[in-house]
Design a protein around this ligand. Structure first.
Ligand code: SAH
Length: 252
């Protein structure tokens, strides 16, 4: 599996350049930028990228995080926040081992947030796992490029240890325990199913415009935790399609 590193609205060209260098250092295939707030190809970014300049040139740009993740099946997001609203945090080595388990040719994604306010809860809900790197509790927020460096080094260790790392390696346990688990569907398929479901649930009066966002966020969280497969997401869409058809038969 190859990996895309995604930066959401990075504001510091020095940070983006440092991250491009890290991508080259750790063999990351692709840099994806969501609505960057700086010149990612300018002199400051290049100064820090050094031999990673090609990653800046080939970086793909997206208008929002959902678009950047559309073709990805496994997504790990990172957060420096201590308090998480209802989103379970995973230990870094467990989440990164899960990311590495993808056997499909599909891209996995590792997502980092804005320097000033990180990722929103809605953005964190697009990930299969959320990681907070442990720090001193008094100051949990790392510099963006430092957080990237720690995660990529952890991934490198996982590759070198053959799926075993840290305490798991010491205990002789493979972290890639669920190796035969089916692949989650691409994010775009899940979003399309959720959009279908939301439209139907509004039509039948289960959702109201003012409740739709919060309730759909709960449903998105549920489906993310379940890591639904291609076949399961097709089943959900089929159910929604049939329910819409049945509801339309009843309306005079
Ligand atoms: N207060 C912000 C910090 C932003 S730092 C927040 O809410 O997260 C910019 C980015 O660096 C974060 O969005 C996250 O991707 C990463 N980061 C910073 N500290 C981190 C930590 N302790 N663990 C994991 N990622 C971290």
């Amino acid at each position: 599996m190859s990996l895309a590193l995604v930066l959401v609205e990075p504001a510091g060209p020095l940070n983006v350049g440092s991250v491009a260098r890290l991508c080259a250092n750790f063999g990351i295939a692709q840099l994806r930028l969501v609505a960057p707030r700086c010149d990612h190809r300018g002199p400051e970014a290049r100064l820090m990228a050094v031999h990673g300049g090609a990653l800046l040139d080939s970086a793909l740009l997206f208008p929002d995080l959902a678009a950047a993740l559309a073709d990805c099946r496994r997504v790990v997001a990172t957060s420096g926040r201590i308090e998480q609203e209802g989103l379970p945090l995973s230990p870094a080595n467990e989440a990164l081992a899960w990311l590495r388990q993808d056997r499909s040719p599909a891209l996995g994604a590792l997502v980092f947030g804005r320097e000033d306010r990180g990722l929103s809860n809605d953005e964190l809900l697009l990930a299969g796992r959320v990681v907070r790197l442990s720090t001193d509790a008094a100051y949990s927020s790392l510099n963006l490029s430092h957080a990237v460096a720690i995660c990529l080094h952890e991934l490198q260790q996982l590759d070198e240890d053959g799926g075993m790392t840290g305490t798991a390696a010491m205990a002789g346990m493979a972290t890639a325990a669920a190796d035969d688990a089916p692949e989650p569907c691409p994010r775009a398929a899940l979003e399309a199913a959720l959009a279908d479901a939301e439209a139907l649930l509004l039509e039948v009066g289960f959702l109201y415009p003012h409740t739709a966002h919060a309730r759909m966020a709960k449903l998105r969280g549920l489906l993310q935790r379940a890591q639904v497969t291609d076949a399961e997401v097709a089943l959900l869409r089929g159910m929604v399609r049939q329910l819409r058809w049945a509801a339309q038969q009843r309306t005079p």
